[in-house]
Ligand binder design. Structure first.
Ligand SMILES: Cc1ncc(COP(=O)(O)O)c(CN[C@@H](CN)CCC(=O)O)c1O
Length: 428
């Protein structure tokens, strides 16, 4: 691949932007080399500044579940733009969006729109603390909930990719109020709860983890957490920024049949525009300003253009259940293809997957938590990443991320990914 324009852009970008990127994982630091700069995208393809075409498995880290350049969403945005961009006043679409979210995710009785997943999770724990009058939260090692101070403790995604699971700049005071437990370890959670009786406001987790790579909840784990939260009056928060509207139209909570008290949302909810949301039980959400005393605000929250995109996306997903059937079949086809190739090559790397999310871990250990995810061979992953990129497959440049399939992938594309995977595994 000729990537000279991307390289020149990256060189220039580093003079003006920390690390040359506006989000760390994009810099290719974990895999080496120079990041490709994307110029356009359509369906399952992205095109870089040197006009190289790639089949992609990032999909903007989840949002582009219908593929790129969806005509319905683009028309909704171009229609909305005719009426200007932003008013800082309530609009009709925000009401329609809130009503639709409460229909698609029944545990959400009231919802507040924000502009990112980070804002959603920061706000959710604030209202949980206000509602309970307690200070501490429990999160899980390797889970990532955005870059809010309370979450940059044993965090996943880019934080673990760059070895900064506990970021400088987070004060001891904030860190003291964040308790961490190993994922899938109920006993550890019970111990934390017993040692902090009456002090824990919330427990937040990714119900299916994407941010240490894809890791599934063990049998009974989510049910066990629900029981502990019920017994202790702890607000149970599902961070569904990644899984929401992806694992089913009602997210992981619909798929696993667990009802959290609060849910945070992002990515798909905006149809590719900057949107986040948090919501849940009305008795908790009624504590949010201006109805209640817990303050949270945002200049562009519920932005009309973003609502037009998000509303079109969610309406489509709500009215087309066949989307999820196709994603399940695509996921199965890809994972079966990868598994068959590894059998043929005598390799036994671990693949974790659910629906349209998967991660190929370069370890032969079962990956059920942060330590086992970190047993992966990172240099080997880096070589594999570039071998796939050279074959026109653009996947996430980090071992500690989930890949995402879109409905724009047809069988022919999946066959190409399987073929590139086999050749790449052979090469590295
Ligand atoms: C479960 C979960 N919760 C919260 C967030 C933060 O959302 P944002 O603030 O990036 O919109 C995320 C963001 N995910 C990463 C990808 N692992 C975003 C990609 C990036 O950081 O560039 C998330 O996965």
């Amino acid at each position: 691949m000729n990537i000279s324009t991307s390289q020149a852009l990256f060189e220039k970008a580093q003079h003006f932007i920390p690390g040359g990127v506006n989000s760390p994982v994009r810099a290719f630091r974990a895999v080496g080399g120079s990041p490709i700069f994307i110029k356009s995208a359509k369906g399952p393809y992205v095109y870089d500044e040197d006009d190289n075409e790639y089949i992609e498995l990032i999909n903007s880290w989840g949002p582009m579940i219908l593929g790129h350049g969806n005509e319905l969403i683009q028309k909704a945005v171009s229609d909305a733009i005719q009426h200007s961009f932003s008013f800082g006043a309530p609009t009709r679409r925000e009401v329609e969006m809130a009503e639709l979210i409460t229909t698609m995710v029944p545990s959400i009785e009231k919802v507040r729109m924000v502009n990112s997943g980070t804002e959603a999770t920061m706000s959710a724990i604030r209202v949980a603390r206000g509602f309970t009058g307690r200070d501490k939260i429990i999160k899980f090692e390797g889970c990532y909930h955005g870059h809010g101070d309370s979450f940059l403790i044993a965090a996943g995604s880019g934080a673990v990719t760059f070895g900064t699971p506990d970021s400088p700049g987070v004060t001891k005071g904030v860190a003291n109020d964040t308790l961490t437990a190993p994922y899938n370890d109920l006993a550890a959670v019970q111990k934390l709860v017993d040692a902090n009786k009456g002090h824990i406001a919330a427990l937040i987790l990714e119900p299916v983890v994407g941010n240490m790579g894809c890791v599934l909840p063990a049998e009974g784990f989510l049910e066990g957490l629900r029981k502990i939260c019920d017994e202790e009056g702890i607000v149970f928060i599902f961070d569904e920024v990644m899984t929401g509207f992806r694992l089913s139209k009602g997210g992981a909570q619909e798929r696993f049949g667990i009802k959290p008290d609060l849910t945070t949302l992002g990515k798909i909810i905006g149809g590719g525009m900057p949107v986040g949301a948090y919501g849940g039980k009305a008795e908790i959400m009624n504590w949010v300003s201006p109805l209640g005393p817990v303050y949270q605000a945002g200049t562009l929250s519920g932005n009309p253009i973003a609502m037009a995109a998000g509303l079109t996306m969610l309406n489509y997903l709500n009215e087309h259940p066949e989307v999820y059937t196709k994603l399940e079949l695509s996921g199965h086809k890809l994972v079966n293809g990868f598994t068959n190739s590894m059998k043929k090559l005598g390799l036994n790397y671990t693949i974790n997957s659910i629906g349209s999310m998967y991660t190929l871990f370069f370890t032969d250990q079962a990956v059920t938590d942060f330590p086992s995810a970190k047993s992966s061979n990172l240099p080997l992953f880096g070589k594999y990443f570039h071998a796939m990129l050279d074959r026109g497959i653009y996947m996430g440049p980090s071992q500690f991320e989930s890949m995402f399939l879109s409905t724009a992938l047809e069988n022919s594309h999946i066959d190409r990914i399987i073929e590139a995977n086999e050749e790449s595994l052979k090469e590295v």
